[in-house]
Design a protein around this ligand. Structure first.
Ligand code: KG4
Ligand code: ZN
Length: 360
């Protein structure tokens, strides 16, 4: 797409400092500088440390993204930046950097909702037409959305406490497994018996698409403590069985709530049967398999973008910015950083605030 505008995207709302250059759907570069090592000793993301690291690394990420894209900075047509929701210090760093660059280059700036970046990713990767159903499952977010346009979302439900990625991370911590917890719990679960421990399936007894994951973690802690009290420690098989039981509970809850979200979605959009996932937890094979089966049962296409674009990155921000810009959206120097910024402005606020800050 040689005539598409050249967009520089910036992302710094949590613990990844990212910059990317896109022309249309073509990703010319996508740089992601993680901060895992900086936060490792604290058992979670420390907002002040994250903000300082973003302030230090954003310029470098931009330089690298532009160099890898092989285009002079002067050719950039617009800057897209995450303006929320997220940890305020990081979001501020990104917005200030974008303002400086937009002023210096004399180009427009577009403030993008981080969640919209995730929600539009299947359009970047698979050119998925509107509307579609989206399940966003990460370390900070969990919600079902009907996506009708770059600024047109309906939230069907979401977590009322922890996000699933947080639950995987906490489970790993309780069992002495390395972070991030998702991949290590998934690897352990492969050796385990998912039926030995019967963990709760929270909120399945209630109607609707809201989810809850904090009780699951408490149930796992209780089981772990019982095993330790009985046997003086955890055997390798105990640990694998606990992981398998936990993963099966998360899978079942997300699969059943997806069924309900699909029914609501098809009620309005029976002619557009498609469901997509985004977020780091979408890497989980067990979950992907279950969601694929649910979609097949209901005759929906299932779109799962590659993992590097499911997790936090700036290509999704540049892409969402390009769609908004095409609709005439751009922002002036009054653009502010928003710690909370719900995609669906009519939906009731979600309670809870996880390791990634407010859940919007
Ligand atoms: O989207 P992401 O990179 O960051 C945000 O939370 O925004 O997601 C990271 C989360 C972590 O909590 C991590 O444990 C989880 O995704 N995760 C997984 C897997 N890979 C990453 N959870 C379950 N299974 C996996 N294979
Ligand atoms: Zn994210």
């Amino acid at each position: 797409m040689p005539n598409s505008p050249l967009i520089l995207g910036l992302e710094s709302s949590c613990d990844d400092t990212a910059a990317a250059v896109l022309r249309g759907r073509e990703i010319l570069s996508s740089i992601v500088v993680g901060q895992d090592a900086l936060h490792a000793a604290f058992g979670g993301v420390v907002p002040e440390i994250a903000a300082r690291a973003h302030a230090e690394k954003l310029d470098l990420a931009v330089e690298q993204a532009v160099a890898e894209a092989g285009v002079p900075l002067a050719e950039i047509d617009a800057i897209a930046v995450t303006a929320g929701p997220g940890l305020i210090g990081g979001v501020l760093s990104g917005v200030m950097t974008a303002k400086g660059l937009a002023t210096a280059l004399g180009v427009p700036m577009i403030g993008v909702n981080h969640l919209a970046g995730h929600a539009l990713t299947p359009r970047l990767t698979d050119d998925l037409p509107y509307p579609y159903l989206m399940l966003l499952v990460s370390g900070g977010h969990c919600q079902f959305l009907i996506v009708r346009g770059p600024d047109d979302f309906t939230r069907l439900g979401g977590t009322i406490d922890d996000a699933p990625g947080e639950a995987f991370d906490k489970t790993a911590r309780l069992l002495g497994l390395p972070q991030p917890g998702g991949p290590s719990v998934e690897a352990e679960a492969q050796e385990g018996d998912s039926k030995r421990f019967r963990f709760p399936r929270p909120l399945l007894d209630r109607p609707g698409c809201d989810l809850s994951f904090s009780g699951l973690k408490t149930a796992l802690l209780r089981e772990r403590d019982r095993l330790v009290a009985e046997h003086g420690g955890l055997h390798a098989q105990d640990r694998a069985d606990l992981c398998a039981g936990f993963q099966a509970a998360v899978r079942d809850v997300l699969a059943e709530k997806s069924r309900r979200a699909i029914a609501l979605y098809l009620g309005e959009h029976a002619d557009d049967p498609a469901m997509a996932v985004a977020g780091g937890v979408a890497a989980n094979q067990e979950l992907r398999g279950a969601l694929q089966a649910v979609c097949a049962d209901h005759g929906l296409a299932f779109v799962a973008p590659p993992l590097r674009l499911c997790t936090d990155n700036a290509a999704m921000i540049a892409y969402a910015g390009a769609e908004l810009w095409a609709l005439g959206v751009s922002h002036d120097m009054t653009l502010s950083a928003r710690p909370r910024w719900p995609l669906d402005r009519t939906a009731a606020p979600l309670v809870g605030s996880g390791k990634k800050g407010a859940k919007a």
